[in-house]
Write a protein that binds this ligand. Structure first.
Ligand SMILES: [Zn+2]
Length: 271
């Protein structure tokens, strides 16, 4: 049990824990979690129940209910049997049998999600739906938004309107798993942009399926020597270029071999 002096400290601790777990604190009823996972101590102050089950139950119970139009993440099984991560907006609530509700749905079972850049939607139980905000980190801190910018005025322009308006980006959204990011002005930033960024990640993954399979089955392919000719690329070089561009997709074993390969290349260059 850890002790906290004030309810304010309790709320801060909850917000920090939610953030550390990759959740978006604004999607939760913090006071509700405080009520269920914290107890007032007889000597004054509060203590947090560190029981993982109590915490989990409190977090699940106090997630704000999903609403129509909410941007969510779903796992979609394609016709070819692959599982893909998609983002989309909740278009309808459905019954367990897939039927529609008459009137206002009470404790809805399933949702029908309109997928971004997709002709059809996806029907799945509400329990398999995650708020998209959990997947993105959004920052408005100038130094972070423009970190690493090499342009003359050392500021990134808004990706949507910056080329003709010269408007600087004010917001950066980062897809946590992939590190893919988008920089926008306040006017251009909205949930659709998060869906678009998530869709881009899914698209990269779909296009890399073959490469992932090859490197899962034969991880050593990633260390194949380079071509002698500077006009051609060996398979090894192609795999390494792919791994540099999409590091989050590299299968574990191949990633280990590539790290060792880089270490060796560095050592022999220094020798
Ligand atoms: Zn803009």
């Amino acid at each position: 049990m850890s002790g906290y002096g004030s309810i304010r400290a309790v709320r801060n601790a909850i917000t920090e824990t939610l953030t550390a777990e990759g959740r978006e604190p604004s999607a939760y009823n913090i006071a509700g979690i405080a009520r269920d996972a914290f107890t007032a101590r007889s000597g004054g102050g509060y203590s947090l129940s560190l029981d993982a089950e109590v915490w989990r139950a409190a977090v699940d119970k106090h997630r704000r209910p999903f609403g129509l139009g909410d941007l969510v993440r779903v796992q979609v099984t394609t016709k070819t049997g692959h599982t893909e991560t998609h983002y989309g907006k909740i278009a309808q609530f459905r019954r367990a049998n897939g039927g529609m509700y008459r009137g206002r749905p009470v404790k809805p079972h399933s949702v029908y999600v309109e997928l971004d850049h997709h002709t059809s939607g996806w029907l799945c139980p509400l329990t398999e739906v995650t708020p998209a905000l959990d997947d993105f980190e959004i920052t408005r801190e100038w130094s972070k938004v423009h970190e690493g910018c090499l342009s003359l005025d050392s500021a990134y322009r808004c990706l949507r309107c910056g080329t003709f308006s010269y408007k600087s980006a004010r917001v950066m959204a980062v897809h946590k798993v992939s590190g893919q990011r988008v920089r926008l002005c306040e006017e251009c930033f909205n949930n659709d942009e998060l869906g678009r960024l998530g869709h881009q990640v899914m698209f990269y993954e779909r296009n890399s399926r073959q490469t992932i399979t090859e490197l899962t089955e034969n991880p050593e392919l990633i260390t194949e020597p380079a071509c002698d000719s500077s006009y051609e690329k060996s398979d090894g070089e192609a795999y390494r270029e792919w791994a540099d561009a999409f590091p989050w997709m590299v299968p574990v074993k191949a990633a280990e071999l590539y790290a060792a390969w880089k270490e060796q290349a560095r050592a022999s260059a220094a020798a």
